[in-house]
Design a binder for this molecule. Sequence first.
Ligand code: FES
Length: 159
Amino acid sequence: MKGCAPWDAEAAARIIEEHRGRQGAALPILRALQECFGYVDKAAVPMIADALNVSKAEIHGIITFYHDFRAAPVDGDVLKLCRAESCQAMGCEDLVAHLAAEHRIVADQHSPGATLRVETVYCLGNCALSPAALLNGDPVGRLNRSRIDSIVHDASGGA
Ligand code: FES
């Protein structure tokens, strides 16, 4: 995982300060916090609201509207699997079914005991390498069942 986890209020304050002058600053701040810590800690909500002079409800609304933001750290690896048109044509839904059937990992759900979390995204701009994904932020392409099996295997530490 890239980033600067665990949660650190001072680091968060620096990130907020860095982005607060931008147009529509809430989104870039939230993205930067998640990139750094792997999630958006609830303690960040009042900090962002104060910095941008908006209500906490407004910030909370943005977090819940964009499903990409996580409220808690993720244990293990994150595979953001594209399920948009080109990747669908190249079999991403088969990979989703394979993950569920063979590895008991259900996309966009907490899968107890799994060290890989699979999240749906829609077009990563990497359609030429469909089915495409981001593994802990790094692009991976031309996925197939055996590459998915290796990703799951590696996420579990090779167990
Ligand atoms: S449709 Fe999947 S990367 Fe574009």
